[in-house]
Design a protein around this ligand. Structure first.
Ligand SMILES: Cc1cc2nc3c(=O)[nH]c(=O)nc-3n(C[C@H](O)[C@H](O)[C@H](O)COP(=O)(O)OP(=O)(O)OC[C@H]3O[C@@H](n4cnc5c(N)ncnc54)[C@H](O)[C@@H]3O)c2cc1C
Ligand code: FES
Length: 266
């Protein structure tokens, strides 16, 4: 169940230009949130406040009841959010949406994230207990790299790429995944599942690669939202159903879907 909450901000700081890490204290969200879920935040007052802004849960400290989100300053809402300070109140609804399938059967997992899509994957890595966790994270250049230490700490193997080669391996993160799962094989083993979040073309490629390698794959879709609770249909996405298709709501039916269900060309 999701609740409408007013929670105290513990800190809000800029990690790299335009990317902010905000921690708030919430007994309810910290105890109930599952990886892949998000909170819908009222960022500002008056006319600008009509629509809440969805932001994924990036990390949870259940002991201290703290929840961390990381967001990019893009427009009106996130610009207001960037100005919030410790002690301010955060007005949110959460936790919302579906969550990643964290079945115990998945012992060898990979996450593949691009840009601001990496944040829900960190929460997954924090929570998932399994034999081997590989994190693939890709950025445009070293100036956009965030949370490297947190990813290192929460995975057994971390692979970083930048488009321009300024940090980690040069190229798209999907090139490295392709090399690994189709050309080299992962030390004779296969990932049981790949979880991905990031730009649409990146996720489409991850789903194709996973399918070719016979690996399950879940994606996290980031659609523009209205109500965030399933009432307005603003967030509809096209989902394949055998020979047919239907529209589903990213806010309520998602944001997590099985890769092969999603029509990325819609
Ligand atoms: C389920 C979900 C989880 C998300 N998690 C995160 C997260 O962890 N960190 C993060 O930085 N962002 C996340 N987003 C995107 C975030 O919601 C948008 O960046 C934010 O709503 C922009 O609000 P704004 O008022 O600043 O921008 P607006 O003034 O509303 O728009 C400015 C620009 O931002 C872009 N934008 C707006 N909404 C979205 C959207 N939903 N998805 C992608 N781009 C958008 C568009 O290019 C738009 O032109 C998530 C979105 C969804 C749906
Ligand atoms: S945002 Fe209203 S139905 Fe999803």
């Amino acid at each position: 169940m999701s609740l409408m909450l007013q929670e105290e901000i513990v800190c809000n700081r800029e990690l790299v230009t335009g990317i902010y890490q905000l921690t708030f204290r919430s007994a309810y969200v910290s105890q109930n949130a599952k990886p892949g879920q998000f909170v819908n935040i009222k960022c500002c007052e008056g006319f600008n406040a009509i629509l809440r802004r969805p932001v994924s849960i990036c990390s949870v400290d259940r002991e201290n009841k703290n929840v961390t989100i990381v967001f990019q300053k893009r427009g009106t809402g996130t610009s207001y959010l960037a100005k919030k300070r410790a002690g301010d109140v955060l007005d949110l609804i959460g936790p919302l949406g579906s969550h990643f399938d964290l079945s115990e059967n998945y012992k060898n997992i990979a996450v593949v994230g691009g840009g601001i899509g990496i944040f829900p994957l960190l929460f997954l890595l924090e929570q998932k207990q399994c034999v081997h966790k590989t994190a693939y994270i890709g950025f445009r250049s070293k100036n956009y790299v965030v949370l490297e230490e947190a990813f290192k700490h929460n995975s057994h193997e971390l692979i970083i790429s930048t488009d321009d080669g300024s940090l980690g391996q040069k190229g798209f993160i999907t090139d490295l995944l392709e090399k690994r799962i189709l050309e080299e094989g992962i030390k004779g083993e296969k990932y049981d599942i790949i979880y991905t979040c990031g730009p649409g073309p990146m996720m489409k490629k991850v789903v194709e690669l996973a399918s070719k390698a016979g690996i399950k794959c879940q994606v996290s879709l980031e659609q523009r939202m209205g109500c965030g609770i399933g009432a307005c249909l603003a967030c509809a996405c096209k989902i394949k159903l055998r020979d047919d298709w239907q529209y589903k709501r990213v806010c309520k039916d998602g944001p997590i879907f099985w890769g092969e269900e999603v029509d990325f060309d819609d």
